[in-house]
Write a protein that binds this ligand. Sequence first.
Ligand code: PEP
Ligand code: MN
Length: 343
Amino acid sequence: MLILMHRQATREDVANVVAHVRERGYQPVELPGTDRLAIGVLGSNPSRIRDAVAALPGVVEAIPVSKPFKQVAREWHPEPTVVTVGGVRFGGGPPFVVAAGPCAVESREQMVQTAEAVAAAGASVLRGGAFKPRTSPYAFRGLGDEGLHILQEARERTGLPIVTEVLTPGDVERVAEVADMLQVGTRNAQNFSLLEAVGDTGKPILLKRGLSNTVEEWLLSAEYVLSRGNANVVLCERGIRTFETATRNTLDLSAVPLVQSLSHLPVVVDPSHATGHRHLVRSMARAALAAGADGLIIEVHPHPDEALSDGPQSLTLPMFAELMEELRRLAHALDREMVGAAH
Ligand code: PEP
Ligand code: MN
């Protein structure tokens, strides 16, 4: 529920409403707006106290938030949220951010070579997994701490901020020490204790959509992070599981404008995991930009055929550079602004 205060409401009126909400067992959140203050009410079934609150001095009205997610909702926060990752801004209109890098950090050479190439092509965030969630326990599961050190070196060499996945609450602290942005992967999108743990870091979070999650479930996962006082969440549509097996997942591009209407959080698209095939990445990347996404996250590898994970969907370095050129032209035509110029 949102309590809308009069423009002329006094500090005492506000304090009185806040105290009333708290006494009734709910959590009040002050939401300063451009022309008036609103007070958000968190907790189960706040409509119970709606009439009582509406009668308090200084209150214009108490409006129920119709969606199960609250702090994530546009109703709660009408302006788009801008999430800043090492100086790079996601969300809020013209900027279009491209994060790129290998699926997994495999070696110092592989990571540094990829990082320098994607930076030169105009990417503004570097991706690479040190801790990899793999379907088979016998597959390459990442270099762990050594991978984090390599990512640190790649950041020093290129100046690009790093996004990398964290798999368990127990790893959050060490990954957060290195990463500029923590990725919660599709398999962990409903690991609620992990969502709370990453929320507690206050760091920017890249939240992938769970592979069988509805948009509402995905936004409720984001709500877990916001419920810990961390609104730095970038949503990532990475395809969902459907009956179609010709592509690795089915890219739900309509989720982009849908999420933008339901939520103030930025949303990016991952055409690599969405399609599973490198030859489909270019079209879906262009489509995501045209659909109004706030950015992309793309897998790139110097030798995709030798990659230890996700080679078939990884672009080669020249393919990535060519795609960036094309996105730059398309962004221009769409009045968008590619963040990070090619050097
Ligand atoms: C990844 O980004 O490499 C990854 C594992 O992504 P997802 O969780 O979307 O499968
Ligand atoms: Mn991958």
